[in-house]
Ligand binder design. Sequence first.
Ligand code: TEU
Ligand code: CA
Length: 558
Amino acid sequence: MMSARSIKQDSRPDGAWWQTETAYQIYPRSFCDSNGDGVGDIPGIISKLDYLADLGVGVVWLSPINTSPMADMGYDISNYRDIAPEFGTLADFDRMIAEGEKRGIRFIMDLVVNHTSDEHPWFKEARASRNSEYRDFYIWRDPHPEHGYPNDMMGFFGLPAWTFDEATGQFYFHLFDRRQPDLNWDNPDVRAAVHEIMRFWLDRGVAGFRMDAIDLIGKDPDAGIGLDGPRLHEFLREMHDAALDGRDTLTVGETSSARVTNALKFCGRDSREMSMVHQFEHTLLTWDKDKGKWKSRDFTLVELKAVFDRWQATLADDGWNSLFWSNHDLPRAVSKFGDDGEHRVMSAKMLATALHLMKGTPFVFQGEELGMTNFPFTDMSQFRDVEVFNHHEIQLAAGMSQQAFFAVASENCRDNARTPMQWTDGPHAGFSSAEPWIPVNPNYPQINAAAQIGDPDSVLAHYRRLAGLRRDLPVVSHGRYAPLAPEHPEVMAYTRTLGDERLTVVANFTAQSVAFDVPDDGRVQGRCLISNADARQAVSGRIMLAPFEAFAVLGPIS
Ligand code: TEU
Ligand code: CA
């Protein structure tokens, strides 16, 4: 099972294999289309494994590939044991695992089990009659005698969390779209069925799971509780013991409710739950507290650093961080946190440097390694995401103008991340030979993989170097993190130390030149590990940073 490289890494005394790897998220629909139907697929992924191996990727998180009516682009599964025909077959899947293994690339699957599709046979059975043996796989409640809805709970896509089912005269519960009914986790048969699904894929060779919206499974709908519900940790431990125990997996929970106060419950050494969580505090800073992504929020670098600092501190000796700027639900990193105009290349490299040299496992979202940007939306017809459509109605009904909605959706919507991967400057960016399911970003003639492969100054080469540093240098994977100048408004700086070595990382988050007075505990003289500008060998005194300059110097502690 193990590649030669991973065997070597496993000899690291304290180390799980994923502590020295860089992870890469593939959104299969938008990655590579092998058969000209405009939709990415598994054979397309296989054809790009050499690209990923060359980038230094050790593990791929695959967004859902199971059978689905695609109401939420695969996050609505109708058969957990098969592959959606547009993505390929189980034979393709097996080939992908085998080809990955040859290149030292493992795969983790998206485990979407807070809910199923309304087309899953369980739900079809459940809604057929109140006496169906699957009725209790879902959450049904009688109408409230006065208000209709059983209670006033709302879901994440802006809709009431209840939908009335005419045929059986009850409401069913759904925290996302009405075509995504929530499973009833209080039912032990549901939990056993999920454990079986997990073992099915582990036996087929996946290395673990990214667990979708997993902090919702302990919900108590009658008490109005979705996130972080009363039975959450009980169910996660049971899942671990039933499906994961004794296997060398990487599991990462998508937990928008995770805070430093509860993080170790999920991923602490003795938690028996999961390897790490995806926490969202740094991305939540960019949105309004009440209106969420439908209103952007100005945030300061000091606030952003404070989030990273407290996560690094909390998981310093126990647990493990995941590190990411972007995923399939978020706008493009360089558009949100950097500058996608004049300073695109510099700021993309800066963001990567600042994040990847922290302690944790970095997750790169497809195209981020090229500095791909948000899409320049000009028309509502370019959106594909159900979340946009649901919220369009809701926000307009709540008084937002069409113009304001269009502007904020363009900036923050999930479709920004879902435009096709830009492989070449050829037709459809080399993603497909046909019109893709979602428009290609018109900047593909400038921003594409072919233009960057072989260019040592490219964003791609920078990401490759960072992945190499993580594999090669224990101070990068395991060094102790300490913030430097946390109050500096423009510069992020920190040190990593291991034994008698110190790594100092400095990153200018602005489009201006900035003076940075290096605090004494950040001084170091040695070799420049990485830089997006001129190499520096020494960090001390007052240094002048170019716009978006970022670098790291490693040397002995003086
Ligand atoms: O996202 C969940 C989501 O929408 C979060 O905003 C939510 O607040 C959180 O997950 C609760 O922990 C995931 C997927 O990434 C997304 O693409 C899906 O649409 C969604 O679940 C439903 O499956
Ligand atoms: Ca295809």
